[in-house]
Every structure is written in structure tokens, then in C-alpha cells.
Design a protein around this ligand. Sequence first.
Ligand SMILES: [Zn+2]
Ligand SMILES: [Zn+2]
Length: 395
Amino acid sequence: MLLIRPVPFSDESLESYIMRLAESNGYIKASGFWSAIRQTFDKSGIEHFNIPEKLASVNPYLAKRSSSLRIKALHHLSTLSNLEPLPLLELAIFRSANPYCTNAQAVIHNGKTLPRQFIVSSPAICPDCLQESNYIRQIWSFWPYNRCHIHAKPLINVCSCGEKISVYKDQAIGICQYCNVAYEKLKSTVSNEVDLIISTWLVGIENHELPNVSQSHKFGLVLWWLKLRTLDLSEFNSNEFVAFFSDWPNGFYAFLEQKRDRFLEYGSKPMHQARFKDVYDDLLLISAKLPSPRFNENIVLTAIFCFFNDSIISKNNEFLSLRINSIEAAILLNTSTEQVAALVDLGELKSHIRIKSGEFMNLHQYAFELGDLFFLWQAGFQTEYSNLSVLTSRW
Ligand SMILES: [Zn+2]
Ligand SMILES: [Zn+2]
């Protein structure tokens, strides 16, 4: 079985490749092929639940019980012929052990990290791409990519028959299961310029509007921006996103200043009694991992540091006394909360809460002052991954 093996495209999705495998090996229906595959698993002794009923759920990140058993099953599938193993694992999307900020789950595909909530289970398609080569591009599943960066047209998610397109439920690749039309015949409209800028940027092509950072960080920035504005995915506004990041970091600094002014005007307590959180909400928590916590891979944390350093700390004003807790201190120092506790023990960092000997500090207690953190930083607090090393040229 599986004697004919098409070569996968580097940007192809795993489901698409399996559908093409079915076609090349004489199966008219992808679902028939998938049932046959499942039967071979019954005989192989590997537990059946590793292979899902539906091809659309084949990726390891979707495994309900154990993604490592799913990976084992994919490995088995890739060796079903006596030829070289099939390149299935290279195309797969895996769970990542490292969540984003505030516990947003992450997945890994081909060395890229992105938020799990950004994966679209039933991607829209570009008819022109399908006409050039009939396979499903993985990037079509990565929200907010919604414009083909090659043909500059919107992806289409509804067939001309009016049904929603479900590419992995179709019996043959690129053919509507309801009306049998080939998707390559569908017509798309002219694209919105701003959406195209975002899609082109996400795919890894440099542009002048948006920050030139790694692809993983780009998806991290989209997630961060949504959290900063407390928006759902459905509320994402591409015009506002591009306007915000095209003036980076000035737009962000203006946002931080606005927050400060609002607190000074409407805050319920004087600044010297306030917590960092009172003024800036969860800013540090949402910015901590995008997906990296390191300054040179996280433009948001770098901007936060520069903002406080330049416009607040250097003027020696009352923001120095903003209270932060151990979790926020660990984010700023890019270290662990245990290390923060050790710095207190060593007398390097002053705790404003008295801890009896033998007791531990509660991580959520607002024991530190922002100013102390900055002075400690500047005094040369270093760990192997210290953020300071990226900014030492400033001092
Ligand atoms: Zn296209
Ligand atoms: Zn149709």
C-alpha cells in the first residue's frame, strides 16, 4: 500500500498531503482511503484512538488523549511502504510546551510558534493558487492571514453553490463536496490593501509598515495587541493594527502615557500608594512571552523598559514607587520567582513587606517598588539570559 508517493510541497498542510496521497494511490474518495488506513492500524497493535475518525483532526496538536501517541501513529503511517518514510511529521502541527503570556496555548509548525487559537480548522482558499497547483497551503489556516500574498486577493470561504468550504471534508482535493465545482474556478474580489499588508507580513516578507521581527513574534504581536485592547479575534481591526505598529513604538508610548494620565485624573488613590497593575493593568503579564521573554526577541518588553527608563525613572518621579509583585518582578528581570526570592534574601532587592524568618513570600503580594527593580537592573543584575545584556550599551 501507498506505493505512489507524491512529493509534499514545503508550504503544504498535512491533511492536504494525505488527500493527495489517497488520490495518487487510486482512491476516488479521501474518506475511503482514511478508513483503509484506520483498518491497518487495527491490525498493527497500536491503539486505535491514536488515529482520529476524521482526517481533519489528524494533526498531533488536536489529539484528545495523547499527542505523543498520535505522533507515534503518524510515524507508523509514514512507514507503511517499504520505501523511505513519508515526510508526515515535517508537515504536522504540534502542541508547544511553552504557553504564551497569560496561558494562551501555543502550537509549533515547522519551527514557527503561534497561538493555538489562531489555527483555523477549515481554511479558506485562493482559487489562483489552486489553479497553479492543487493543494492546500498551510498558511491559509493561520489567522489573521486572509489575503493571498501571491495573488493579492481575499481567500474565499464560501463556494459558488452557497455552502461553506470545508477543504478537509471534501472527497477530493479542491472540489466542492456539494456541487462538484473546482474551487480554482471561483472568482475572488479585489483585496483590501491593509489586510494584504498584514498577510504579506505574517508570511515572512519584510515590509515598511510593520516591525521586521521573526514570524513567531509577528503572531505573538497580534495576540498581544488583542489582549492589550481586550478584543476577541472577531473584533480584530486590521486598519487599527497597522496604524498602531507602523508608528512603533510611539503609538505604544502614547498609549502608556494615556493610561498614566487617566490614572492621575481618575485613580482611586495617590500614585505613591498605587500598584503597577492599578495604572497599567496586566501589561507585564500579557507582554512577558511573545513567545520569547528576551528583549532581543520581544520588541514589546524592550519598549516597556525604554518607556519607563526614559520618561519616568530618569525624571525621578513618583512612578518609582509603583508596587509590583514577584511575578511581575520576575518578568522584568527575565528570571524566576525563586530567583527574585533569593535576591530578597541576599539583600539585593528590598521587600516592602516584612517576611518572618522561615516564611515564604506570597507571589501575588505587592512587595516591591518599580524603582528598586530598575536600580537593581542597572546595577548589573545578570543571569545567563538577562535582558540587561541586550541594553548594556545604554549605560
Ligand atoms: Zn493565491
Ligand atoms: Zn459548491
